[in-house]
Design a protein around this ligand. Structure first.
Ligand SMILES: C[S@@+](CC[C@H](N)C(=O)[O-])C[C@H]1O[C@@H](n2cnc3c(N)ncnc32)[C@H](O)[C@@H]1O
Length: 267
């Protein structure tokens, strides 16, 4: 597991309360994860998530994943946990204006100590977000505590790839992204196993490099002025962000980082 000891939850809160979070939403849409709808549908189908189930989204941001599950998978109800007040507030407003607030509720809190009841959820869900959580063993234990026996934990995440990051690359990547720690496929496999889960899938989606190329192209060819506005109309700031995105693209092409997909069943 890679670690950057200078980054903590307060830094992540700052990202999702300000310009950086808005920039991610401009590039990726309300579903702030690689692959958007397609990635969510793949994950839900493979994990057997569907009609009538009750789920928990850990690191739900403004709840786009929960709205997806309720609308397109017939999920009965969702509880989302997120530690950034700004996105929770935004999520509540969006659910209300879209008429989904009776089925989706938000809890403001740290996902490593959610306070949710044990063993009640049919599934726990996460999309490209657990990379922001410092204590991954506690996070996976909490997911396993919340889900009922026989239920599933299904998530995608940004992970270290099989080629591995050098210490310098890890410091630059984790520092830019504000990831306190970064797990690999094997790290998650082991954490899920230790938390009483049978791992059904732990795989690289192969989406990372082509999607970063897409984001770079969109900002260059279409969204330049919107990105500049978010960044205080500072071309140098945009150039710096684009430079780090190119660095990420190189890491992904070299198999040093990836988007992983994980599905595990609680024993
Ligand atoms: C990339 S966004 C999540 C995107 C969302 N899953 C989606 O697909 O739209 C990451 C979120 O993780 C939340 N987060 C990071 N660390 C957290 C923690 N320890 N507890 C709760 N939320 C956390 C941030 O506040 C942020 O809203």
């Amino acid at each position: 597991m890679k670690k950057l000891s200078s980054v903590h939850l307060a830094d992540v809160n700052a990202v999702y309360s300000g310009a950086e979070g808005d920039l991610w939403e401009l590039i990726m849409g309300q579903q702030i994860h690689i692959g958007g709808f397609k990635s969510s549908m793949d994950l839900a189908e493979r994990a057997g998530i569907g009609a009538g189930q009750r789920g928990v989204d850990l690191c739900c941001c403004s709840g786009a994943g929960m709205r997806f599950l309720v609308r397109y998978r017939g999920v009965a109800s969702m509880t989302g946990v997120d530690a950034t007040a700004h996105v929770v507030e935004r999520g509540r407003e969006r659910c209300k204006s879209e008429g989904l607030d009776d089925r989706i509720r938000f809890v403001l809190g740290d996902v490593t100590a959610s306070g949710l009841p044990a063993g009640e959820a049919d599934f726990v869900w996460g999309e490209d977000a657990w990379c922001y959580v410092e204590d991954k063993p506690r996070l996976v234990e909490e997911a396993a505590r919340i889900v009922r026996s026989g239920g599933v934990i299904a998530f995608t995440d940004w992970i270290e790839g099989p080629a591995g990051l050098s210490e310098d690359e890890a410091a630059r990547f984790l520092g830019f992204m504000k990831f306190p720690t970064l797990a690999s496929l094997d790290d998650y496999r082991s954490l899920l196993g230790k938390s009483g889960c049978e791992v059904l899938e732990a795989a690289d989606t192969g989406r990372f490099a082509p999607y970063v190329a897409l984001y770079l192209q969109m900002v260059d060819m279409q969204l330049t002025s919107d990105a500049l506005r978010i960044l205080g109309n500072d071309p140098k700031a945009l150039e710096a962000v684009a430079g780090e995105m190119v660095f990420l693209q190189g890491l992904a092409q070299a198999g040093k980082i990836a988007q992983g997909r994980f599905i595990a069943r609680r024993r």
